[in-house]
Design a protein around this ligand. Structure first.
Ligand SMILES: Nc1nc2c(ncn2[C@@H]2O[C@H](COP(=O)(O)OP(=O)(O)OP(=O)(O)O)[C@@H](O)[C@H]2O)c(=O)[nH]1
Ligand SMILES: [Mg+2]
Length: 421
């Protein structure tokens, strides 16, 4: 059989451990990220140290060791666990004769290869340019030739550098402008959603945990549009880079708005988080977060911590949260089951999805209260509002008006005071 697959570039991964208890976990993530970027991890090593060596990241002895190991394993690329300074990258490339990629560039490359929509593409491009800007160097002749090479005399190099900086600067402001235009359309849509009382629930969590699968499960069970509105699911890191928003109609007239968004990983580059602000807005506006966790992953606890750290970084505070332990079918535990405020479930199991929906209902509508109302027949607008924004339990048209029983959100209760019976 002829193997048509292009050969994967071999990569050696390495990092400096500054006595960090999570170091091994970060290296596992780094290996997964490297594979996600279509490279093959052929070996790895690390150095324990009190501090990073300013000019070269590792000490010289370690660099020589890595060079020998990596070349022995036919690696072409050295992937490092932290964001490095431009000087460190350049020096390491000279000393190891390998292409050096730091963690930030690796994540940016994966995002770039996954971006499909205009907004995602612009956001990734913006983060990339912002990463590159301080990394331009006088020895570089043009933007395509980012590193190494170039023996131009200093004066000429510097003016070229200024030109490159200006070009990138201009590109950055052009992209920001375009993003603003895209974002303002999104804002109009989200403002409309925010006006309505329908609760907003956001799926969040570590990448590949099963957020999109959970959304599809809920759509299948509870949406009139059903499978037409399904979102993209794949067993890979960062399958989702956009936010999808869907309406879920539960039984008994309960509805909520559900959003699915980009997944998280440790040490997400700050630039990337910044440029994905618009995408993450839906999470900040939510009434309830569902933190989807892969319960079959041995690093589950660190993944939960990672999600919490990213939520802190994007400024999501004080929103109630359900922790949803997914992929229970890959564990030996009984599911679905409610565990305190949380749930153990499988997103591909209808019974699990129904239990998750019940839990969401309980949490989201817990502060709703039941009222008996009598509305005059002329109050058509108020009636329509109740149907849209409250849970109408019963409705009888009689001579004196419309007799209603409804569960009403706290913010709406004042509005219907005059109709109480
Ligand atoms: N066995 C099993 N597989 C699941 C379950 N839920 C999701 N998966 C699989 O896990 C992989 C990732 O699922 P997604 O729903 O794309 O995960 P995500 O959290 O949206 O991931 P990103 O968008 O990449 O951050 C896919 O291959 C799914 O089929 C589950 O309950 N059981
Ligand atoms: Mg997804």
């Amino acid at each position: 059989m002829i193997d048509n697959q292009p050969k994967k570039i071999k990569a050696y991964i390495a990092g400096v451990n500054l006595n960090d208890p999570n170091f091994d976990y970060y290296m596992t993530e780094l290996a997964n990220l490297t594979e996600a970027n279509n490279m093959e991890v052929v070996g790895q090593s690390y150095q324990n140290a009190e501090s990073i060596v300013a000019g070269t990241y590792f000490g010289l002895g370690k660099i020589n060791e890595i060079k020998a190991m990596a070349h022995g394993l036919k690696a072409k690329v050295l992937v490092l666990n932290d964001e490095l300074t431009p000087v460190q990258i350049r020096n390491l490339e000279k000393l190891t004769k390998l292409r050096v990629i730091d963690r930030t560039e690796l994540i940016l490359e994966i995002f770039a290869s996954r971006a499909r929509t205009k907004q995602a593409k612009l956001q990734v491009q913006l983060a990339r340019l912002q990463y590159e800007l301080p990394r331009l160097h006088p020895s570089e002749n043009n933007l395509d030739q980012q590193r190494g090479g170039g023996y131009s005399n200093r004066g000429a190099g510097e003016s070229k550098l200024e030109l490159n900086r200006r070009t990138i600067g201009k590109q950055i402001s052009a992209i920001k402008k375009e993003l603003k235009a895209v974002a303002s359309q999104e804002e109009i849509k989200s403002a409309r959603r925010n006006q309505s009382r329908i609760p907003k629930v956001a799926l969040v969590g570590y990448t590949n945990a099963g957020k999109s699968t959970t959304m599809n499960g809920l759509l299948k069970e509870f949406s009139a549009e059903g499978t037409n509105k399904e979102v993209f699911v794949k067993n890979m890191l960062f399958a989702t880079l956009d936010t999808s928003v869907r309406r879920i109609d539960l039984k008994d007239n309960f509805s909520f708005i559900l959003s699915d968004t980009v997944g998280f990983i440790s040490k997400l580059p700050h630039n990337l988080v910044e440029s994905f602000k618009a995408t993450l807005q839906e999470t900040k506006d939510a009434d309830l977060l569902i933190n989807v966790v892969d319960a079959s992953d041995p690093n589950m606890v660190q993944m939960i911590r990672t999600t919490q750290n990213v939520l802190d970084e994007i400024g999501v505070k004080g929103i109630p949260m359900i922790t949803a332990y997914n992929k229970a079918d890959k564990t030996d535990r009984n599911y679905p089951q409610i565990e305190g405020d949380d749930i153990l479930y499988s997103a591909i199991d209808p019974k699990s999805i129904k239990m998750l929906a019940d839990l969401i209902t309980k949490r989201v509508f817990s502060n709703y209260e039941e009222f008996s109302l009598l509305l005059p027949l002329s109050a058509g607008k108020e009636l329509a509002y109740l149907h849209e924004n409250a849970q109408v339990l019963s409705e009888d048209y009689e001579d004196d008006g419309v007799h209603l029983k409804a569960n009403i959100a706290p913010d709406d209760q004042g509005r219907f005071k005059q109709y109480l019976v």
